[in-house]
Design a protein. Sequence first.
Length: 361
Amino acid sequence: MRSSSVALLVVASGLIGACSPRPTASQLNDDNPIRPTGPAPFGMEEFFADAPQQPAPARVRLGRWLFYDQRLSSDTTVSCATCHRPEHAFSESVPLPTGIGGQRGRRKTPSLINLGARTMLLAEGDPGPTFFWDGRATSLEAQVLMPIADPKEMGFAHPAMITRLATVRGYGPYFREAFGSDTITIDRVAAALADFVRMRRSGNAPYDRWAYGGDAHAMSVQEQRGMDIFFFKGRCGMCHAGFNFSDGLFHNLGVGWNANTGTFADEGRAAVSHAPGSAGAFKTPGLRDVEKHAPYMHDGSLATLRDVVEFYNHGGVRNPGLSGRIVPLGLTPEEVDAVVAFLHALSGEGYQDRPPRHFPQ
C-alpha cells in the first residue's frame, strides 16, 4: 500500500510540473539564460578542442529544459535527469535505474561527464565513437534518444513524444531560436539534448592543477603515490587512458561470469557486435568525478572505489575470454588506499547544474 501511495505521489508531481502556471518570458530567460560555451575547464582544453562537434549556446539552453522535462516520458514521471543526476556527476547512486511504472533497468546508469569528445588512441579494432556500456549508439544524438523510447526507461515512442511537445506552445520560440523555425522534430530534440550533454565538461581537478598547472600542492603525497601506482604498477592506464581516462574500447573483466553455466549474466558488447570473443566485454568508463557515482561496474555490483581497486588487484574473474590486460597486481593495502585517493583527485568542475525552476508551457 505504501509503495502504491508513493507511486501516485510521483505521478501527481510530474503532472503538476507539466501543468504548472505559465511562466513569463523574463522568468524563463532569467532561470535558464543562454550562456556562452566558454573555454573548456583547465586541463581539458586540448581534449575538447578536438571534439568533432562544438555545442551551440541556444541549443544547449533548449536541451537543458528538455533534459529535465518529465513530459518527455509517456506518463510524465521520468526525465533524463531522473537517472542522470547532477549531484552524482550525471549518474546515480543505485546499482540499477528505475523507469516508468517502477520498472527496473538492467545496467548501472553511466555518467554523462565529458562525452563530447574522446581520446583517439589509434588502437587496433577501434570502433570509433560509441556510447552506452555496450556501444550500441555511435553518436550522442542517437544516445540521447534511445532511453526516451525504451519501454523500461521513459517508454515514449518518438512520434508520440514529438506530438506532445508540439502542443507545448511555449517551446516554439526556443526551437526557432535554436534551429530557425518553430517546428519540433525528433532530430532537433536529439541535437538540443546532445549539445546539453556536450557541455557537461569536467576539469580543473587537483590532478589537472598538479599535472598541467605546476601546482605542487594540488595533490597530497598519498594522491601522488596513487597516481604513480595507477600508471605503472597497477597498469590502470592501459585502458583508462587519455585526458578522460578511457580508451573507448571494450574489455572482458569477468563481471557477471557464472562458472557453473559458462555464461555471463549480461553478454555486453557481443549482443551489439556479434564479434567472436566479445561476450562479457563492456566499454571502459571515464574516471572523471568517479567518486560521485558509486556503485560501480556495468551492473553496479561493486559498492566502493576500494572494492573496484581490489577487484582489479585480484585479477578480475577468470573466464575463457578474460582480457589479457587483467592480471593480479600484488598491491598492498596501503597501495590500494593510495590509488583510491588518486581517483578522488580526479573530481573537477564545469559540469555542475541544477534543474530549471520554470519550463515552457
